[in-house]
Design a protein around this ligand. Structure first.
Ligand SMILES: [Zn+2]
Length: 289
């Protein structure tokens, strides 16, 4: 197979022709290895330089964004084992903060959900002994997983009325020591985490456990917060999403300890990440009261 498209190198060309030729070229790709070499190799560079010289920078920028957004169509499909569905599925590439992620086409789980299911299946005694569970900002795939596999009384909680309890994790007004299992996936970065962790401690029973995941940069010791950032756009730039308040570093552990918890961490090996479609380095924090 040749690289590029003859039309691209004839002159003069219109922008419509260039875009049409690119589309034809993309459509003709069949092998991911060929795609890889076209994207990263010399022909790609020639095409890039040619387009740069012919297209206004604004149009070239838009084209670059379109090509980036279709990147997932070119990536080789991956068979993964979904521990929620308990079967092998054809993982679908999707954008999930902060990186590309694999979604299960059956239960719609992404990496963090499968990490929890893997932990739950690896330590079944922990959840089998629990009686009352509360799940903040509950994801449908995990709701179904918990209800199907465990006998505990289970409620969902959120600020909106689509959950069983319409409450704020910073100040829930729930009775103290009313749950022995709590889940909060990617919740702490949205709220005053000092208040939320104190509240989690208060509503958990002695020996209760809380499962926590957050956007975490494992090369940072310090969590990045910035009082000067007050707008949705600013938060998107600094913290990765319009309503996030921080990017956590490894000192998140100190916040758990300060609230009174003992903390364990669950994560998977390189091979497990491939087999289960997990984000490399993702950590599930297991807090014990
Ligand atoms: Zn699944």
């Amino acid at each position: 197979m040749g690289f590029g498209h003859p039309k691209l190198f004839s002159s003069p060309v219109t922008q419509t022709e260039v875009l049409g030729s690119l589309y034809d070229s993309v459509q003709s790709f069949r092998s991911p290895s060929v795609v890889h070499s076209v994207i990263n190799g010399q022909p790609s560079q020639i095409m890039k330089e040619y387009l740069k010289s012919k297209l206004p920078s604004r149009i070239a920028g838009i084209l670059q964004r379109v090509l980036n957004s279709t990147r997932m169509l070119w990536i080789e499909r991956q068979i993964i084992y979904c521990p929620l569905c308990e079967k092998k599925v054809d993982g679908l590439w999707c954008f999930s903060h902060p990186n590309l992620s694999l979604k299960c086409p059956d239960c719609q789980s992404i990496s963090r959900h499968r990490l929890i299911a893997l932990w739950a299946r690896s330590e079944p005694n922990h959840l089998n002994s629990k009686r009352a569970a509360i799940h903040f900002a509950a994801e449908q795939c995990l709701i179904e997983f918990f209800k199907k596999n465990y006998a505990f009384n289970y409620v969902t909680a959120d600020l909106n009325k689509n959950s069983d309890l319409m409450i704020n994790i910073e100040n829930s007004a729930l009775p103290s020591e009313s749950f022995d299992f709590l889940v909060a996936n990617h919740v702490l970065e949205h709220v005053d985490d000092n208040k939320a962790l104190k509240e989690i401690w208060r509503i958990l029973r002695p020996n209760g456990i809380a499962l926590i995941t957050v956007p975490l940069v494992t090369t940072w010791n310090e969590t990045y917060e910035n009082d000067q950032i007050k707008t949705p756009k600013g938060r998107e730039i600094h913290f990765g999403q319009f309503d996030h308040k921080r990017f956590y570093g490894l000192n998140i552990r100190d916040r758990f300890f300060d609230a009174g918890f003992k903390c364990r961490e669950f994560f998977c090996s390189g091979l497990q990440c491939v087999e289960n479609g997990l984000e490399r380095g993702e950590i599930l924090f297991i807090l014990n009261k």
